[in-house]
Write a new protein. Sequence first.
Lengths: 199, 199
Amino acid sequence: MFIESPRVTRLIDAFRRLPGVGRRSAERMALHLLSAPEDIAYELSDALREARASIRWCSVCSHLTETDPCPICADERRDHGLICVVEQPFAVIAIEKGGSYKGVYHVLHGVLSPLDGIGPSELKLDRLFRRLEDGAVREVVLATNTTPEGEATALFLSRQIAERGVAVSRIAHGVPMGGGLEYADEATLAQAIQGRTKL
Amino acid sequence: MFIESPRVTRLIDAFRRLPGVGRRSAERMALHLLSAPEDIAYELSDALREARASIRWCSVCSHLTETDPCPICADERRDHGLICVVEQPFAVIAIEKGGSYKGVYHVLHGVLSPLDGIGPSELKLDRLFRRLEDGAVREVVLATNTTPEGEATALFLSRQIAERGVAVSRIAHGVPMGGGLEYADEATLAQAIQGRTKL
């Protein structure tokens, strides 16, 4: 720590909780904000407070939004019979950047992880199942990550959703588009061959 | 931008002003803080506001401090006859980490830069010169950066300080300790040879 002050330590600790920020980066950020004109620090402080206060979870899909329902759920041109289930808001943003998916989403804000005490009720899975009740949903695409927890969550959900008579699918795993085979890891290659499609 | 919201845009812009933070990092930080429990965002917001409000410039040396004068200026065991002039608080921290310098500091918070309209009065150089008035200061070490502006500032200060009958020196420039000669750039090597010391 560069200045012996509990307040500065607290600031550095708060910066360190950000993704991709280590101790040195956090110190640089804190020092920058403490030595720059105070407006710059107060602007970040206020922008953060106001943005956080204005953002909530969509009551339908749990994506981050300022309006409720969120713009995606409110968009009548989208296919509301197709729900893509993801772990985090980041996944929605990534898929939306692709621009080809025209269905809607459901954000779990986590994955099943019994060791961490996260079961179906902690993930509020009943909110997802309720969306399947009126028969308007044709298909659910499971797009959880390929981690053990993500796979276990997909497996659990696939059974629960199938029981409700709704088609369920998993996003394809394989060699990334534009990537040479020599860059793909073994597990991805094995998955790509196993999941081959007929031409 | 991942959510169409002026508040989120403002937050991302505020993060981008931090050193070493580009657009993608700023988006990741904003998304993290907006999707994490709100306490985490408010903690950073509050820590920033409180730290910034508690930090001022030392009335003697202009270093960042919570107390006035700063702990370095208030330390009677330090050599108050030796002042090291630096551009930014970061330099004080770097030199203090070294642990061998026992004098005091003067932080300019900038350099002379006529093109940007920063002259001697904008840098409040009279505050530095006033410290030399009572004859207690023996020597001033100029530790501005080796940029054109830093060198010009050192040249200007060296003349002004010499006029006041105080010894003035410049920190040594040369090959970094522990670094092989093959990694030093030409200008550094030329300076290292020119500034050689007798053994």
